[in-house]
Design a protein around this ligand. Structure first.
Ligand code: NAG
Ligand code: NAG
Ligand code: NAG
Ligand code: NAG
Ligand code: NAG
Length: 628
């Protein structure tokens, strides 16, 4: 950091007019929710039709000039990324033609060097989610002529990425050539998110193909990263995949690291593999101790925990949504309110917002149509049914319509202060941004969609792709004997623990075979925690929702707000969230049991500035490379 050192500086900001709330909480009615949902649908088609007309089969649309550009591998990226949104919207016709076109025309034996991370979350994830929808009668979207074409494509693509994992640490290179493997001069530096956000897609592929290799290499990558955590359980941002040295030691929950945390929890929820749960719990606790400055998150040195960046980073906005999945709602509510106050100030969240100056960070002024804040809004609405989240969603929709809508689609905003449009539309706009907005309003309108009413629970990938918790993926058998399963039998947990995918892939018999695992079970945190509560969701007799630790969402889903409030204590006890505050007796899900909880309104209306109160030796004002 070439930042100018300043004397000890106590950051105390009083900007009373800063977050003047304009939220009137008029309350979105059911009728209005329907209209908003339909407006989002129209938004989708404005962008999707623009892509199909002007850009397809190139990767992405240039929405101002109405052209196309190849930004990833030149394989119709936006179409592949949009498939499950088409299915979610119930567009059988376009879903069918798109799946058929991709099956016939996409090939991956091409001489292109592509990002492992982006290719996995956008292409592999897009293909797999569409495959799981198109091949299954239960989704109502089965395509009669479909013959696993997308699954074969996904497998072919993943095999072409495997050479990248051949490193001493198991952490993959950042890029691979789909035809020739890793390029001779490929960089050995990759980001933590790049190495740690592959488990869902590769794991699903293993379970669909019965070939454990994909699950193995990606789990190994996570172990490689976690093994190099600091003594205080933080990970850095960039690492050398050969030496295992951190080349960028700033720990945070935003850029370069974000989805590492996300996939730890989601891999556990999807696969029931507890190794991910234990890593998540330790990583999460450390994040809440060292990175959380209620309600903000900062970046600190991974070893010393010294503050490096007092910066809100727009990618951090996924975190409250993740906290909902973990059952840690209270801090999620406060953080979401703080992040949304930044959105309200500019109409969008800038990539970087400096918490020391309370201004947009130089060089990080853009809003490239990112979904994260909308995603968290959806999850918090789902968990609390607090109508304020619908108001927030309506505001965000209005911003997009007013400032980002352009000739042939939706434009990036290059500067949130001046709302200048830029000629790009990332594929994740259709895969995520529009999807979460639509789901939010559809939920309020009385949901009728695959996610809420479908045959399975869905886990969302970091690209917003729908991954169903079908038995084939999540459960090899119901009786605690599936892959990664744990069932409390009164004996030591070791007996049911397994970390060896190959031996246990058929999921019938378990033996303790992991060595790394010992650390997790012998960690003090594990022993002092009421761990049976965390894990009992995996034993027989529990509902599906309970098994996935998100049943408090169920209980709200299936009732209206009124009856949700009367959820009885027994249910509450069973619905143990994944995250438990060990120093407290209070239920982390309090606010869920009480949808009228006025936290959010207070936060949004009392105009209190969520200040960052930390002592810091330096404030840093320089730009930093981003890799997302
Ligand atoms: C692959 O692409 C690179 C760079 O575009 C080129 O130099 C090389 O000759 C190509 N190789 C083959 C086999 O097409
Ligand atoms: C890799 O780098 C070396 C040394 O700079 C150079 O001689 C070689 O041509 C490079 N190879 C490729 C494929 O670019
Ligand atoms: C699972 O448990 C049920 C109820 O205890 C039992 O009837 C069934 O046989 C068990 N299945 C297997 C595969 O053990
Ligand atoms: C598990 O292994 C034991 C010992 O090898 C065997 O007796 C038992 O039948 C196996 N159980 C299953 C469900 O395969
Ligand atoms: C955990 O509980 C303690 C004691 O009630 C409280 O001070 C702390 O803020 C809680 N932590 C979180 C992350 O909720």
């Amino acid at each position: 950091m070439g930042a100018p050192k300043k004397p000890l500086l106590l950051i105390m900001l009083i900007l009373s007019d800063f977050f003047v709330s304009e939220i009137l909480a008029e309350g979105v009615t059911k009728e209005e929710a329907k209209q908003l949902r339909d407006e989002v649908r129209e938004m989708f088609y404005h962008a999707f039709d623009g892509y199909m007309k002007h850009a397809f089969p190139r990767d992405e649309l240039k929405p101002l000039s109405c052209g196309g550009e190849d930004t990833l591998g030149g394989y119709a990226l936006t179409l592949i990324d949009s498939l499950d949104t088409l299915a979610l919207l119930g567009d059988r016709e376009q879903f069918t033609t798109s799946v058929e076109w991709i099956g016939k025309n996409i090939r991956f034996d091409i001489n292109k060097t592509v990002s492992i991370f982006e290719t996995t979350i956008r292409i592999l994830g897009g293909l797999l989610s569409a495959h799981l929808i198109a091949s299954d009668y239960n989704t109502g979207m089965r395509i009669p002529s479909y013959d696993d074409e997308l699954l074969h494509l996904a497998e072919d693509l993943a095999r072409r990425m495997l050479p990248a994992f051949d490193t001493p640490t198991g952490i993959p290179f950042g890029s691979v050539n789909l035809m020739h493997g890793v390029d001779e001069n490929e960089s050995k530096i990759t980001s933590t998110a790049g190495g740690g956000t592959l488990t869902l897609e590769f794991g699903v592929l293993s379970r669909l193909t019965n070939d454990p290799i994909f699950e193995q290499v990606t789990k190994n990558a996570v172990r490689g990263l976690w093994a190099r955590r600091s003594r205080i359980n933080l990970v850095g941002a960039h690492i050398d995949v050969f030496s295992g040295e951190w080349t960028q030691k700033d720990a945070g929950i935003g850029t370069s690291i974000d989805s590492f945390y996300e996939y730890l929890l989601k891999a556990y929820l999807l696969f029931g593999d507890e190794e991910y749960l234990f890593i998540f719990q330790e990583a999460y606790r450390a994040a809440m101790v060292y990175l959380y400055n209620d309600p903000w998150y900062v970046e600190v040195n991974m070893n010393s925990a010294a503050l490096v960046w007092p910066l809100f980073n727009s990618l951090q906005a996924f975190w409250p949504g993740l906290q909902v999945l973990a059952g840690d709602i209270e801090p999620a509510i406060r953080t979401h309110a703080a992040f949304f106050s930044v959105w309200k100030r500019y109409g969008f969240t800038p990539e970087g917002f400096n918490l020391a100056t309370f201004n947009v960070q130089q060089g990080q002024k853009s809003y490239p149509l990112r979904p994260e804040l909308i995603e968290s809004t959806y999850w918090l609405y789902k968990a609390t049914r607090n109508p304020s989240y619908l108001d927030a969603g309506r505001d965000m929709l209005a911003s997009l319509q007013y400032a980002a809508r352009c000739t042939c689609g939706y434009c990036h905003i290059s500067d949130v202060e001046f709302h200048q449009q830029e000629d790009h539309m990332e594929s994740f706009f259709l895969a995520e941004t529009v999807k979460y907005l639509w789901l939010l309003f559809d939920l309020a309108a009385g949901p009728d969609n695959l996610v809420e009413n479908g045959p399975y629970k869905y886990i969302f990938s970091t690209e917003g792709h729908l991954i169903p918790t079908t038995p084939q993926i999540s459960l090899a058998s119901e009786n605690c004997s599936y892959l990664g399963a744990y069932c409390r039998s009164g004996k030591l947990v070791q007996e049911t623990y397994s970390s060896d995918i190959v031996n246990d892939f058929r999921g019938t018999n378990y033996s303790f075979s992991g060595t790394a695992a010992t650390n997790f079970f012998s960690s003090p945190a594990f022993h002092k925690s009421p761990s049976s509560g965390l894990i009992k969701g995996f034993c027989p007799g529990l509902t599906h929702g309970q098994r996935y630790g998100i049943s408090y969402i169920d209980s709200v889903d299936n009732n209206d707000a009124e009856s949700a409030r009367t959820t009885n204590v027994d249910d509450e006890a069973q619905n143990s969230p994944v995250f438990v505050n060990h120093s407290s007796d209070s239920q982390p899900s309090d606010s869920v049991e009480n949808p009228d909880n006025s936290n959010y309104h207070e936060l949004m209306e009392n105009q209190r500035v969520p200040q960052l109160k930390i002592e810091t030796r330096e404030t840093v004002d320089e730009e930093r490379p981003r890799d997302n």
